[in-house]
Design a protein around this ligand. Structure first.
Ligand code: FES
Length: 152
């Protein structure tokens, strides 16, 4: 809870900055757990229900722990017409999870997004802010193996 208090202190426990506090908590813990939100409520007096509303409304927050690596597969129109669905399905098979889920080792979360803003590179995958353009399913194994090599 010390880390949470430090984050709240950083924003002077100002109720106008609860979203920023929650974003810092999300970055620190890879999710916004109930006990952290309760602490924000206690210190800022912003009702817990409002914090939950924010956490559910904004896709950048998660009430469940997220993977260390977030794989975002774009299925916007530009990427969809170039086979994004096949890429998403290939990641699901390779990671043995469904879209929206996190692997049991806590390493990967797989998400589908609508346009990453670089349609000229379609189809596009983003992993922890790194963009992979002109993506093909045969790249998946190599990318995952490189990450496993460093992380395991
Ligand atoms: S539609 Fe995929 S990046 Fe725009």
């Amino acid at each position: 809870m010390q880390n949470i208090d430090k984050i709240i202190d950083k924003w002077n426990a100002d109720p106008d900055y609860v979203i920023e506090m929650m974003q810092d908590i999300q970055d620190e813990l890879r999710h916004t757990p109930r006990n952290a939100l309760e602490q924000v409520t206690k210190r800022t007096k912003v009702p817990l229900a409002r914090l939950y509303h924010i956490a559910i409304f904004y896709k950048s927050f998660s009430l469940e722990p997220r993977g260390k690596f977030e794989i975002l597969v774009c299925t916007g129109t530009g990427c969809y017409v170039k086979g994004a669905t096949l890429i998403l399905e290939a990641f699901e098979r390779e990671l043995n999870i469904k879209t929206g889920e996190t692997t049991s080792d806590g390493l990967f979360t797989l998400e589908e997004v609508r346009c990453l803003g670089c349609c000229s590179l379609a189809p596009v995958v983003m992993i922890n802010k790194n963009i992979y353009g002109n993506f093909t399913t045969d790249k998946i194994k190599g990318i995952l193996e490189a990450i496993y090599e460093v992380e395991l």
